[in-house]
Design a protein around this ligand. Structure first.
Ligand SMILES: [Zn+2]
Length: 435
C-alpha cells in the first residue's frame, strides 16, 4: 500500500525530534504573543518561550489546557489570529456547558486535508475508491474533515451524512461504494439492515470500513469485518485539536500512527498529571505544532490509551497510540463495566436518527447491578405502535449490549416523563444502595 507522504511519515526520529522542537518553539511564541490566556499562564510561571524551551521535555513545565478552559474562552478568546484570517469555524459537541469553538486559517485547512489524506491512504483509500461518509456534516468536524481529505486523495466522495439507513444502503448499492466511513456501531446498524433486507453483502463493492467516533473493541472490529466483508481500521481525532486526521491505523491494524510532525503526544496519569512512559495507559494529552488559528498547548483529551514505540512493519516511523480504552471522565461503572452515558446517547441517536431525551438508571436486585435506560419516544409511537415499540427496544438493547458488554433494560417512556432538574435531565442516576 503506498504511503501518502513518505518524506514525513517515514522521517527519521532524530530529524523528527528537531522538527517538533522548532515547531513547538514557533507555536509557543505564537500563543504567547497572541492569546491572552496563554500569556497570563506563562507569565505566572515565569516561562518565556524564547528562553525556556530547550528541548521537548521542557513542555512538561507548562500547565494543561482543559475543555473547561476552551469553553470559558467561548467563542473566540483562544484564537491566535484575527477573525479575518479565519476561513472556517467548527465546534465541539458540548460535553461542557458551552461548546469549544475552533477556527482554521487557509493553511490550517490545507494541512488538515493532507493529514486526513495520510490517514485514509494508510487505511487503503486510493484515487479509485468511492467513499461514503456517514459522519455528521455540520459544526462537528467529522464529516467535512474526512470529506476534504478524501477529495485530496482524489477518491469519489459521497457525502451522505448521518442516518436514514435504507437510503445509505441504496446509495451503497447503486453508486458502488467501496469505502464506508462510519462509527463502528453504525457499521453494524448497516450490517443488520442489509441482512434484514436480504441483500447479498458479498456482492456489494465494499472493501474497507474506516471507523471512528467512539471506543470500540477488537471483537467489534471482527464482527464488522466478518459481516460486511471489509478490512476495518480505527482512526482518531477530536474537534478541539483539529478533527479527524490526528492519528490513524495502517492496514497492519495494530495501533494508530500519530501525525507527529503536527502533534506532540504525551500520556499522563490523569490523577497526578505525571507523564507516563510508552506502554503505560493513561490520558492522551496533545499539543498542536503547526496550527495557526487555534493552537492548543497540552490539551487533556480525556481519552485513555497508551503509546506504542516499536517500529511498525508498514514503514511509517510515527509512533502509534493504542485504541482508545475509554474516558477518564464522565465514566460510570456498572457490573465492573465502564460506561459513558454520553456514548449511549450516540448509539440511540444512530438507531433513531435523532438524539432523544434519555437517562441511565443503575439499580441493584439481590446483589446484582442492573442498568435501565429510559428513552422518551414520540407520543404516537408510545400509544399506538406496540410492535414498533418492541422492535425498537430489541434493537436498542442489542446495540447497546454490543458496545458495553452487558444487556441493559430499555424502557420507552412518554415525552416529558423523565424528571428534569433545573430543566435538565441527568444522564445518569445511581439508585444502588450505598455500602
Ligand atoms: Zn503502520
Amino acid at each position: 500500500m503506498p504511503i501518502w507522504d513518505k518524506k514525513h511519515e517515514c522521517i527519521s526520529r532524530d530529524i523528527l525530534d528537531q522538527l517538533q522542537l522548532e515547531r513547538l518553539q514557533a507555536t509557543l511564541n505564537r500563543v504567547y504573543k497572541n492569546v491572552a490566556f496563554y500569556k497570563k499562564r506563562f507569565d505566572a510561571l515565569g516561562f518565556f518561550p524564547e528562553e525556556d524551551l530547550e528541548n521537548l521535555s521542557d513542555i512538561q513545565k507548562l500547565p494543561f489546557t482543559t475543555r473547561k478552559d476552551l469553553s470559558d474562552s467561548y467563542p473566540y478568546e483562544m484564537f491566535a489570529v484575527p477573525l479575518r484570517e479565519v476561513v472556517r469555524v467548527h465546534s465541539s459537541s458540548g460535553t461542557t456547558e458551552k461548546p469549544s469553538v475552533v477556527g482554521y486559517t487557509r493553511l490550517d485547512l490545507k494541512i488538515w486535508s493532507e493529514l486526513v489524506a495520510r490517514v485514509l491512504s494508510a487505511a487503503g483509500v486510493t484515487t479509485d475508491d468511492v467513499i461514503q461518509v456517514t459522519f455528521h456534516y455540520g459544526l462537528l468536524t467529522g464529516g467535512l474533515g474526512i470529506h476534504y481529505g478524501a477529495e485530496r486523495i482524489g477518491a469519489s466522495v459521497l457525502p451522505t451524512s448521518v442516518g436514514r439507513t435504507d437510503r445509505q444502503i441504496r446509495i451503497m448499492q447503486d453508486y458502488r461504494t467501496t469505502v464506508l466511513v462510519s462509527t463502528p456501531s453504525y457499521a453494524l446498524v448497516i450490517a443488520d439492515r442489509l441482512e434484514e433486507m436480504s441483500v447479498d453483502i458479498k456482492r456489494l463493492n465494499l472493501k474497507y470500513a474506516i471507523c471512528a467516533g467512539e471506543p470500540w473493541s477488537e471483537e467489534t472490529r471482527k464482527e464488522i469485518e466478518d459481516r460486511l466483508y471489509v478490512r476495518a481500521t480505527d482512526n482518531y481525532g477530536l474537534s478541539e485539536v483539529m478533527g479527524p486526521g490526528i492519528a490513524g491505523e495502517c492496514l497492519e491494524q495494530s495501533g494508530m500512527h500519530i501525525n507527529e510532525d503536527h502533534f506532540l503526544a504525551e500520556i499522563i496519569n490523569p490523577d497526578t498529571g505525571e507523564v507516563l512512559p510508552p506502554g503505560e495507559t493513561g490520558e492522551l494529552v496533545l499539543t498542536t505544532l503547526t496550527k495557526e488559528a487555534f493552537p492548543v498547548i497540552r490539551f487533556r483529551t480525556g481519552d485513555l490509551c497508551y503509546i506504542i514505540e516499536e517500529p511498525c512493519p508498514c514503514g511509517r516511523t510515527f509512533r502509534r497510540i493504542s485504541r482508545i480504552q475509554g474516558r477518564c471522565d464522565d465514566i460510570v461503572i456498572i457490573k465492573g463495566t465502564n460506561i459513558i452515558p454520553e456514548r449511549i446517547g450516540d448509539i440511540i441517536a444512530e438507531i433513531e436518527g435523532i438524539r432523544p431525551v434519555y437517562q441511565l438508571v443503575a439499580t441493584r436486585h439481590n446483589h446484582h447491578d442492573e442498568l435501565e435506560i429510559w428513552v422518551e419516544v414520540s407520543e404516537d409511537l408510545f400509544f399506538d405502535k406496540m410492535r414498533e415499540q418492541r422492535a425498537l427496544v430489541d434493537t436498542m438493547e442489542r446495540r447497546i449490549a454490543n458496545f458495553i458488554g452487558m444487556t441493559p433494560r430499555v424502557k420507552l417512556v412518554e415525552p416529558g416523563s423523565i424528571k428534569r432538574v433545573n430543566g435538565k435531565v441527568q444522564l445518569f442516576v445511581d439508585m444502588r444502595p450505598k455500602k
